[in-house]
Design a protein around this ligand. Structure first.
Ligand code: SF4
Ligand code: SF4
Length: 326
């Protein structure tokens, strides 16, 4: 299960550990791989493959599907407002979609903590969103809906190009700071009676700007964008955003997930290069899978980049208990 205790601890910031137990079939495969000789030609092939991936040259089928999804969903809010047809009202954070109330779970929690009120529409909206993302994979919200994700992907592409030319250096932080931010924003809301997070959340800012037009808030978005281009790629999503963590927890029991198959894997770890949260792909490293089939951890955003980049289809979308999706 992708939401087991070990996976949840990794999502909160703990470093991934070796599995405590390795099943006999997985042990047999590990042994077979350890004793198998790799030819020079195979090593060269893998090196070239990794270079191509680092340069962004790989199939982007799922990336393209996601971008269509993000743009379409966000534009539906814009069009609905401009055409005054009231099908998609509000923003990604708090909305009424086809008459159903929707509220982002962490943003709603901020309102409850800050104003000490429990509005019925907020409860209905939060429960609706919880059920949707429990079924659809939790952090799939990030990759398939969140407008900031698209911007962060563009910033990351620029960052990687500049880094390849040695014009910028990547700075990373401990992943656990996201959990600290989650708690700190919650305590601040409760203590101040005001939601600092909702005031600086780029997701809400971009979503509202797309509907009602840009304002001074875009300066903050620009600062984040430049920070991610020149200093630390994906910094907001990786180290700050409590929404991402909340959706991760929401999707911990989701049937929709990425599944890894040990037997077909070549362990060249191209997936680690393209993954926003490579700690969920620890099982892909040689000797690290505890079973032949492993569920990728709950912090996975179901972006599909690893599915696109894997030459042996060892990583696949799966609806648990039903089928693989291609
Ligand atoms: S982590 Fe936050 S900002 Fe990043 S994609 Fe997810 S919801 Fe959006
Ligand atoms: S594991 Fe795969 S699908 Fe999940 S976030 Fe990483 S690249 Fe995307």
């Amino acid at each position: 299960m992708k939401g087991n205790l070990a996976a949840l601890m990794v999502m909160l910031g703990k470093a991934p550990q070796k599995p405590k137990q390795i099943t006999p079939p997985a042990q047999a495969i590990h042994l077979q791989k350890r004793t198998k000789k790799i030819t020079k030609a195979e090593i060269e092939f893998i090196k070239n493959e990794l270079k191509a991936v680092e340069a962004g040259k790989y199939r982007k089928k799922w990336r393209n599907r996601r971008w269509v999804s993000i743009i379409t969903i966000n534009l539906l809010f814009t069009l609905s407002f401009w055409l005054d047809i009231q099908l998609f009202e509000g923003s990604i954070i708090a909305s009424r979609v086809l008459g159903f109330h929707m509220a982002d779970i962490y943003s709603a929690l901020q309102v409850v903590l800050a104003y000490k009120i429990m509005l019925i529409n907020l409860v209905i909206g939060t429960v609706t969103v919880f059920i949707i993302w429990l079924l659809l994979g939790g952090r799939a919200f990030c990759s398939w809906v969140c407008p900031y994700h698209l911007l962060a992907e563009i910033a990351e592409t620029i960052h990687l190009k500049l880094a390849a030319k040695k014009w910028v250096t990547e700075h990373s932080f401990h992943r656990g700071v996201r959990t600290v931010f989650f708690i700190a924003f919650s305590l601040l809301a409760f203590g101040l009676g005001y939601s600092l997070f909702n005031s600086i959340n780029p997701v809400g800012m971009i979503s509202r700007a797309l509907v009602y037009g840009p304002g001074i808030a875009m300066v903050w978005i620009l600062i984040l964008f430049l920070f991610e281009v020149f200093y630390s790629r994906r910094a907001w999503c990786r180290y700050v955003c409590p929404m991402g963590l909340t959706y991760g927890l929401t999707g911990a029991l989701s049937p929709l997930q990425i599944t890894y198959n040990l037997s077909s894997c070549h362990h060249e770890t191209a997936c680690h290069i393209v993954c926003e949260v490579p700690h969920v792909l620890e099982c892909v490293k040689k000797g690290r899978a505890g079973n032949v089939e492993v569920d990728v951890g709950a912090d996975c955003t179901l972006c599909g980049a690893c599915v696109d980049v894997c030459p042996t289809s060892s990583l696949r979308f799966e609806i648990k208990g039903l089928s693989h999706i291609s």
